[in-house]
Design a binder for this molecule. Structure first.
Ligand code: TNX
Length: 544
């Protein structure tokens, strides 16, 4: 048989073409997968005294320098000196260098270049530098995550690499319900740290519920003196009587100092904290503290079971609005976020139907029904928050009876609410139960701890696309991103919480950050296996 020249040429070309692929596979993976990543010659040795240069013009990067310094100095023999340099001068050609290049025009984007002489992170903005650092962190041995384990490291190198990266969506959120079960500040910080590692940028803090009010409000001390505590808690699903309770008083709340501490901790990590104050429903704990806020006047008790309850804030009484405005005035002082989440979900209208004040309000305002009364309620609160320079987010029920003019909709009962809102020109955050409910079972319920229900595997989460195909390009611009929700009716401990959230939150992080063309579940799984070593060192009780 005669082998043609063509055959040889094609074979050689194919072999040459696969070389970069082979090299790429040996590269440590980053999660979320970057937009572009190529390996380069050389390794940077992390040893001795390393100068970390930060531009004098950008003092906000000094904190990032200090963060990286603390991390690298866990490696034996390494000391990092954070130095300022003037951008006009020539760039330091060794050590670690942070720079900013807003001309990149990719918010939160960065370029990370590692060579044998230098590690350079160029951010579009400070967030970009921070995310470049998170990628660098994932290129270091997992042991660096823990000061004790890191003490055993030697000869640490970072292989040469060029990474160009920026997010697909501007809103990459994680929610946490601290009302059904309470989680202390120490755990919230760990939750934020894990978000930062995966380049998530918004923490939706669900602070008030039927079963507990968790934020100190100076003007209304009973909210936490009474509203933060319940008599006992339902055991099991308790879907029908007789109900069984644990007989244990339960509760907790955050002081305003603790709230400020969390907000500041998040800010350093480029995470915005959006507080949620639930209204008009899911408000029994507030009613228990101040019964005059309800239509019947009570008495009310902080709920001990889960579900949807009939009592809500009275929409007919101006006292309700005075109260909520006072509460929100303290809330906006504590949270600098552009958005305040006002809930709006699952509000039964029975009490309003029977309440003379609510009925009077309907007549006075010329409203058609109780749905329009809810819309009146939300608009009135929106107007107040707009006067404070803030915007509201509400769950998709706020569409019922007419959407408040500037509201952003969080679509949870599927994506249809989000589609409707986007078509009306409103911004939308997608959190459909089908892909984002991390309180749902992730495997066969027979082998899993009790959960609320549902079934949502890691693979299913990974198929999440916040932009529904029904939307045209213009409408799609209103989809700001997506969010994982962690409701905690059945989640009592931090171990269990991590087990439910991880690794599904990482799948969400990747689909909200990486370009669609780079989203590949097989590749994700491979990188995740390696990433688990890092989570082990950090001490995350993820689902295996
Ligand atoms: C619905 S999602 C709720 C929550 C529950 C959750 C349980 C939403 C806006 N409301 O009150 O905790 O389902 O999955």
């Amino acid at each position: 048989m005669k082998i043609s020249g063509n055959f040889i040429r094609i074979t050689i070309t194919l072999v040459i073409m696969t070389i970069p692929l082979l090299i790429h596979n040996t590269l440590a993976g980053i999660i979320p997968e970057p937009v572009k990543m190529e390996n380069r010659r050389g390794n940077f040795r992390v040893q001795g005294n390393i100068e970390l240069s930060v531009p004098l013009e950008h003092p906000e990067l000094v904190a990032h320098g200090e963060y990286l310094k603390e991390y690298l100095e866990r490696i034996p023999g390494v000391s990092v000196t954070v130095k300022r340099f003037t951008e006009g001068q020539s760039l330091p050609d060794q050590g670690i260098l942070f720079t900013l290049d807003p001309a990149m025009d990719k918010p939160e984007g960065y370029i990370l270049e590692v060579s044998s002489r230098r590690i350079q992170i160029t951010g579009n903005d400070a967030a970009g530098v921070f995310y470049g650092m998170q990628s660098l962190r994932q290129l270091l041995p997992a042991e660096t995550e823990d000061p004790i384990k890191a003490a055993a490291l030697s000869r640490v190198r970072v292989s040469g690499v060029y990474v160009e990266d920026y997010p697909l969506f501007s809103y990459r959120g994680m929610h946490l319900d601290v009302a059904r079960h309470f989680f202390d500040v120490e755990f919230i910080k760990k939750y934020l740290d894990l978000m930062a590692l995966h380049k998530m940028n918004t923490f939706h803090w669900h602070l008030t519920e039927d079963q507990g009010w968790r934020i100190e409000i100076k003007k209304y001390p009973l909210l936490t003196e009474i509203g933060a505590w319940r008599k006992e808690t339902l055991i099991g699903h308790g879907s029908r009587p007789p109900f069984e309770f644990d007989g244990q008083p339960y509760g907790g709340f955050y002081t305003q100092d603790e709230i400020r501490e969390v907000v500041a901790y998040a800010a350093v990590r480029h995470i915005t904290v959006i507080p949620e104050i639930e209204m008009p429903g899911h408000a029994t704990a507030a009613l228990a503290a101040y019964p005059e806020l309800g239509c019947t006047g009570g008495p009310y008790e902080v709920e001990t079971r889960w579900g949807v309850f009939e009592d809500a804030f009275c929409a007919g009484d101006d006292y309700t609005f005075e109260f909520l405005e006072n509460v929100l005035s303290e809330v906006v002082e504590l949270f600098p976020s552009q958005y305040i989440h006002i809930g709006g979900d699952e509000c039964l209208k029975n009490r309003w139907e029977e309440c003379p004040k609510c009925q009077e309000r309907i007549r006075e305002e010329g409203l058609a029904d109780e749905d329009e009364l809810q819309s009146y309620f939300i608009r009135r609160i929106e107007k107040f928050l707009l006067s404070k320079g803030r915007n509201i987010i509400g769950w998709d029920e706020i569409l019922e009876g007419g959407l408040a003019p500037e509201a952003t909709v969080m679509s949870w009962r599927g994506v249809s609410g989000g589609i409707e809102a986007a078509r009306m020109g409103h911004d939308v955050i997608m959190t459909p139960v089908s892909h984002c409910y991390l309180d749902y079972y992730q495997a066969d319920p027979a082998t899993e701890p009790l959960a609320i229900g549902g079934y949502l595997t890691l693979r299913q989460v990974y198929t999440f696309n916040p932009v529904p195909p029904e939307l045209n390009q213009e409408e799609a611009k209103h989809i700001l991103g997506g969010q994982g929700n962690v409701w905690t009716e059945y989640i009592k401990t931090t171990d269990h919480l991590e087990y439910m959230a991880y690794p599904r939150a990482i799948a969400l992080a990747e689909v909200l950050w990486s370009p669609r063309a780079k989203q590949d579940f097989e590749s994700f799984q491979k990188r995740l296996q390696k990433h688990f070593q890092r989570l082990d060192v950090i001490g995350v009780n993820y689902y295996k």
